[in-house]
Design a protein around this ligand. Structure first.
Ligand SMILES: *Cc1c(COP(=O)(O)O)cnc(C)c1O
Length: 324
């Protein structure tokens, strides 16, 4: 492997554990199931953004930045982890949240404030222009801003997941399949790059949270995976055929928790004591359950569910009452 090493600030508890899910597997009469616990990355309730932020903060620090700016949905896990990462390393943090401020801040939004982030609200269709404005104002005020994209998904952030794949290999875990929630695409892209760079045999299946298959696989994920390989000094071009995405579980759209998500959250909780979230892992797990029930995986195969976090959202006002 190349000697290229990107600047990185420490945030995550690594390696995250890999666990067996025998009771869930038995309940489904399905293949061997494992879980990679990236809900346990350790920073303010953890999640996949913590890994990405190690490299994004490394880049911010290398540029002499003092203020991190990012954006997302009101219950964004990415924003909560960015606020925590900023606090941990002494940056200021401004979050641009798309939507209406609720009457009572709960879950991630409560944590954003607790973690000291400044919050700017905007209409969803204005989010890019407001992010730019906020950046320019911070620059003019001498706050040395650094812009982190939605979901931390540029080649800097996604690189973390190439290294996460290397971490899994070092744990001597070689599942036939890896199933992961995919939205801004950085996690799946990093895993795909890591599979290529570090010689992993597992097939990686992204369950799309909100985007049509071609947009995510051929567009975002293949493009980012190619950039990650280039960043790490081993150019490789990924095409649509290299990236597996299933977009059949998008239900009512982003953030809409339906019966399938509720069933998956309950089943994981009651068979394994494992908590998922209403937006990402609940949806990806609902896809996994359906694929198992359809016989998509053969009984001899093993499937690793890459848990990407999001669990604070279980306590969001919008979802909690429907989970009990
Ligand atoms: C952001 C997020 C994802 C999606 O990861 P991407 O890299 O944006 O595709 C999945 N699960 C959770 C809990 C997330 O917060």
């Amino acid at each position: 492997m190349s000697a290229i090493s990107l600047p990185r600030l420490h945030l995550a508890h690594l390696p995250t554990p890999v666990e067996e899910l025998p009771r869930l597997s038995a309940a489904l009469g399905g293949p061997r199931l494992l879980v990679k616990r990236d809900d346990q990355t350790g920073l303010a309730f953890g999640g996949n953004k913590t890994r990405k932020l190690e490299y994004l903060l490394g880049a911010a620090q290398a540029e002499g930045a003092r203020t991190l700016i990012t954006g997302g949905a009101p219950q964004s896990n990415h924003c909560r982890q960015t606020a925590a990462a900023a606090a941990r390393h002494g940056f200021a943090c401004i979050l641009v949240l798309a939507g209406e401020p609720p009457q009572h801040a709960s879950a991630n939004l409560l944590l954003d404030t607790l973690l000291g982030a400044e919050i700017v609200w905007c209409a969803p269709q204005e989010r890019d222009s407001v992010m730019r404005q906020v950046f320019e104002q911070a620059e003019a005020a001498g706050r040395r801003p650094y812009l982190i994209p939605y979901g931390g998904s540029n080649s800097t952030g996604a690189t973390a997941y190439a290294y996460a794949m290397r971490e899994l290999l070092a744990q001597n875990v070689h599942p036939d399949w890896i199933v992961v929630a995919s939205s801004s695409g950085g996690t799946q892209a990093g895993l795909a790059a890591g599979k290529h760079l570090f010689g992993c045999e597992s097939k990686i299946l992204g369950i799309s949270i909100d985007k049509p298959e071609v947009e995510l696989s051929a567009g975002i994920v293949a493009g980012l995976a190619s950039q990650v390989c280039a960043r790490l000094g081993k150019a490789h071009t990924f095409g649509a055929g290299d990236i597996l995405v299933n977009d059949g579980y998008r239900g009512g759209g982003y953030g809409v928790m339906g019966e399938a998500e509720i069933e998956a959250i309950r089943l994981f909780a009651r068979t394994e004591g494992l908590l998922l979230d209403p937006v990402y892992t609940g949806r990806a797990a609902a896809g996994l359950l359906d694929l198992i029930r359809q016989g998509f995986f053969s009984p001899e195969e093993s499937v690793l569910f890459w848990h990407t976090g999001g669990t604070p959202v279980l306590f969001a006002e919008r979802y909690a009452p429907r989970l009990v």
